[in-house]
Design a protein around this ligand. Structure first.
Ligand SMILES: [Fe+2]
Length: 389
């Protein structure tokens, strides 16, 4: 028997952030905690959320001490802020780090701290109850789709499982936002490099989900449509960021790709999760670099599916057999990486090669590769880091 979870509510359109206060009231909320970060505040985006709350006379508190790759420490401080301010709703305004932090701190408002027993790798899903306050997500980037994903990626500083800080996941269907407000207008100011990195993260979600091993035909269909929308628009938003229609397609496409990865992700994410804590490589950049070598590695186990991916990426595969079409998909990802000015490899992106063996060992502890179409060993992980270097 299988259980599929669909996102509760997605509101899409330019200006939807203005409805934020009404959504809080619909949950009978009196004082939401706004979770955000310095970048979002400096871009003037948190102010839009605050305006929307004040327009309907709602009190609010803000916790904005979220760093990129949020740690369990900042989650603990966020929970303290929620309790001290006597809040009753959590609103995340930001990218993946902010939304993941909001999910984790919301968990600890009703579950006994620390986070340790709730991580996916120690069976945390069994310990998480559906008794948390409402969560409203307003993504300010088009990439992680964290608003509808079941995971929250947290940097664990406790050193309980490894001798370095490590990214770990908290996974539960209750992590999906009760309301996701997708407002392309607030993504217009995203700089090109961030647009490219987050967009390639979304494309990686679609591809890894589509070939992941879980049986989930709903997610497969959504992944292909997401890839169509993302591949059609990623160049446009990189070169012409003010195109609100293309921004909207990217925002909805990234949301759909994230929904689809409840089917599973793959080796790219297990490898990439090791890089943001030990190398200065943003998640989306790491994915973009790792994706072609991982697709080559998987090819013997996924060529038919990569041929479908090629068609979703807009390639005319008439006259190609499935091997040729599958390889055309990999070539297309390499073309995107060149056009979007991604670094040529992990070395160029800033990885110290000496760290690879340890990172490969830790990648094996990450849950994502369990759904990779080809089984991965530690030696494979090492070889994939080397091939991407
Ligand atoms: Fe990702």
């Amino acid at each position: 028997m299988l259980s599929y979870f669909l996102p509760p509510r997605i509101e899409f359109g330019d200006g939807t952030i203005q409805n934020l206060g009404e959504h809080v009231k619909a949950f009978d909320g009196k004082k939401p905690l706004l979770v955000s970060d310095a970048g979002v505040i400096n871009a003037g985006l948190l102010a839009k959320a605050i305006d929307a709350l004040e327009a309907v006379g709602l009190a609010h508190a803000t916790y904005s001490d979220i760093e990129p790759n949020p740690t369990d420490i900042s989650i603990t401080h966020g929970v303290e802020a929620y309790k001290a301010e006597v809040c009753d709703v959590v609103i995340a305004v930001g990218g993946g780090s902010v939304m993941d932090a909001a999910k984790a701190l919301r968990l600890l408002t009703t579950h006994e701290p620390p986070l340790e027993p709730y991580y996916a790798d120690v069976g945390g899903i069994e310990r998480i109850q559906d008794d948390m306050p409402p969560l409203i997500c307003v993504p300010t980037t088009a990439g992680t789709g964290s608003e509808v994903s079941q995971g929250a990626i947290i940097t664990d500083t406790s050193l309980q499982t490894t001798d370095r800080w490590r990214k770990r996941a908290i996974v539960t269907p209750f992590n999906m936002a009760d309301v996701a407000l997708l407002d392309p207008g607030i993504t217009l100011g995203m700089p090109p490099a961030l647009t490219a990195a987050t967009g390639m993260d979304a494309i990686t979600h679609g591809i890894e989900a589509y070939v992941a091993t879980k049986y989930h035909p709903i997610a497969e269909g959504v992944a292909l449509q997401a890839l169509k929308m993302l591949s059609t628009n990623i160049r446009q938003v990189y070169h012409h960021g003010v195109d609100v229609v293309a921004r909207g397609e990217m925002l909805l496409g990234s949301c759909m790709a994230a929904f689809s990865f409840q089917k599973g992700l793959g080796a790219v994410h297990s490898l990439a999760h090791q890089l943001s804590t030990d190398a200065p490589i943003p998640h989306g950049v790491a994915n973009a670099i790792l994706l072609p070598p991982v697709m080559e590695f998987n090819f013997s186990h996924a060529s038919e599916k990569y041929a479908e991916v090629a068609r979703a990426l807009g390639i005319n595969t008439t006259g190609m057999d499935s091997d040729e079409a599958g390889h055309a998909a990999i070539d297309k990802i390499r073309e995107f990486n060149v056009e979007l000015n991604m670094p040529a490899g992990l070395g160029a992106a800033g990885l110290d090669r000496k760290k690879i063996p340890k990172l490969a060992a830790d990648a094996m502890l990450d849950h994502c590769h369990k759904f990779n179409p080809r089984e991965c060993t530690e030696a494979d992980m090492n070889a994939l880091f080397e091939a991407s270097f």
